[in-house]
Design a protein around this ligand. Structure first.
Ligand code: NAD
Length: 357
């Protein structure tokens, strides 16, 4: 067994269908007054319902979260925190709501209680991202890691099927890159395989029956596993490309992940053979089918978008995207810096066109 370093983050997880019933208990345990409930505009009504339940703590709502955490929204949120004198942040929704809470916690140190309804996994990480001047700046700080996470699979039954599928593939990407991370360890490898396996089962299950308690539970469980991997070990080329495409070209986060992932796995296949074997086993690849092809089949057969073109990417922007991505590259099993510019440009072209692997 290789040498490794393992550090665990102390997040309290409350998991199970109907576990939102414990909201008041968990807020009381935080010991904070005036919790501020954060959501995207689409989830405002639900956020208001939560604030009503928390009325005795004088809860308020800010439903202005949007994808990629623009700095203007952070400033607005900070002004709201000061005005309401909030002592805790409660998020309802996906990575956009959690992302805003993290940006606010970074400035204020307020504790976060997250109620995730997508599979993005941000609730399990100390990673934050803020977008300004056309670039997404990310960083790590333990103060932004949620203190409590309530995973209630019943809540995600409202998540549209298409969003559910791409969100689950987004989660899988964390586990996949964790498997070939230079700072991986046996515990994270196990969680990564467990997460991939759960999501590979959840994806067709949700597509068949979006209200399935079993499939929704597998989905959130997988998201938890994969989010923990994301928060614990470094990510590689895939996350670099997706941050670039999302942050600089305003493409939808989970959809970009689901399009790009098979091409990056293909790019890294020969440089990370052990990770590939783990992925193939966890996903249930057919005999002789590589990890990349198995992933693309899982995505496409469940209706995920097939190309960056379909997401509104302009072909003329591919050169700019590759230049941003290869400068300042993340560690990757196959070199992904400026010397790999042509190979990564080809990868993006294939993702743009949606070529079968
Ligand atoms: P999101 O939060 O924007 O949610 C996607 C869509 O689903 C939105 O339209 C939202 O309104 C809708 N939605 C969410 N919950 C719903 C529900 N219960 N019912 C119906 N609709 C619902 O996006 P996301 O994919 O969850 O997260 C993406 C964002 O999170 C990106 O900004 C990404 O960079 C960030 N992220 C950060 C980390 C991290 O560790 N920092 C990890 C993963 C993702």
């Amino acid at each position: 067994m290789r040498d490794f370093t393992y550090a665990s983050a102390a997040t309290r997880v409350v998991f199970g269908a109907g576990s939102l019933q414990h909201l008041e208990r968990e807020v009381a345990a935080l010991g904070a007054q005036r919790p501020l409930v954060l959501s995207t505009p689409g989830q405002r009504a639900f956020a208001q319902g939560l604030a009503q339940r928390l009325a005795k703590w004088e809860a308020t709502v800010f439903a202005g979260a949007v994808m990629h955490v623009p700095v203007s929204v952070v400033d607005e949120g900070l002004a709201f925190v000061r005005e309401t004198r909030a002592q805790a942040l409660v998020t309802y929704g996906g990575g956009s709501a959690v992302g805003l809470a993290k940006a606010l916690a970074l400035e204020t140190g307020l504790p976060i209680l997250a109620i995730p309804t997508t599979y993005a996994g941000s609730e399990m990480t100390p990673v934050y991202g803020i977008t300004g001047n056309g670039e997404k700046r990310t960083g790590k700080n333990p103060r932004v890691q949620p203190k409590v996470v309530i995973y209630d699979p019943q809540l995600s039954t409202a998540l549209p099927v298409a969003t559910s599928i791409t969100s689950a593939l987004n989660a899988m990407a964390h586990a996949i890159e964790g498997l070939y991370s230079p700072d991986s360890n046996p515990v994270m490898d196990w969680m990564a395989c467990e997460g991939i396996r759960a999501l590979a089962t959840a994806i067709p299950g949700i597509r068949r029956d979006p209200a399935s308690a079993v499939a929704r539970s597998q989905g959130l469980y997988g998201a938890w596993m994969c989010g923990t991997v994301l928060g614990s070990v470094g990510m590689a080329l895939h996350h670099k490309l997706c941050h670039t495409l999302g942050g600089s070209f305003d493409l939808p986060h989970a959809e970009v992940h689901s399009v790009v992932l098979p091409y990056v796995v293909d790019f890294n296949a020969q440089a990370a053979p052990t990770a590939m074997r783990h992925i193939e086993t966890a996903i249930g690849a057919q005999a002789g089918q590589g990890a990349a092809a198995a992933l693309q089949q899982l995505a496409w057969s469940n209706g995920a978008p097939a190309s960056l073109r379909a997401l509104g990417m302009r072909e003329a922007d591919l050169d700019t995207a590759v230049n941003i991505a290869v400068n300042n590259p993340y560690p990757n099993p196959r070199p992904a810096g400026p010397m790999a510019l042509n190979a990564i440009r080809t990868l993006l072209q294939h993702a743009y066109e949606g070529r079968p692997i």
